[in-house]
Design a protein around this ligand. Sequence first.
Ligand code: ATP
Ligand code: MG
Length: 158
Amino acid sequence: DMVNFTDFFHKIIDRFEMSKQQHVTFVRNIPKKSLYVEIEPDKITQVLDNIISNALKYSPEGGKISFQVKEQDDHIEVSVKDEGIGIPKESVKKIFERFYRVDKARSRKMGGTGLGLAIAKEMVEAHGGEIWVESEEGKGTTVFFTLPYERNQEDDWL
Ligand code: ATP
Ligand code: MG
């Protein structure tokens, strides 16, 4: 389906903003204009649901979660940044592995199986995109992914 990603993303964020139980502030840095991408909406919804629930799960009370979309040459870059506990350096490259969870004790009380990011990676790559994480322990985590995007020719004429 051709989906306007900016509307699509706002709706997903709205759903989390309405149901969240913590005092976490949402900040949106999303272009006003339409950005059409060819995606399977259910699959990308699942990707975002996991990334956003992780951000909420590991955010402190009073933290901030920032959502960003950047239009780049042949793709869009989407990111979700939190101010949570972060991920130790040696774990950053493992979190996309099936069932991998940082610190079993810490993770167990948070619930989940450790599959969310492995599935997200599969789905993003099936769409021709990439996914990666930047994190600093004690400071926070940013999850990025890209989706191929064909700039509307009309945009170049304006
Ligand atoms: P599931 O998604 O299956 O419910 P999960 O959230 O534990 O379980 P993933 O989403 O795959 O699994 O994440 C893997 C691990 O990466 C998590 O258990 C957690 O240790 C770490 N992690 C993921 N996102 C964050 C984040 N935003 N901040 C800190 N740690 C994170
Ligand atoms: Mg998860």
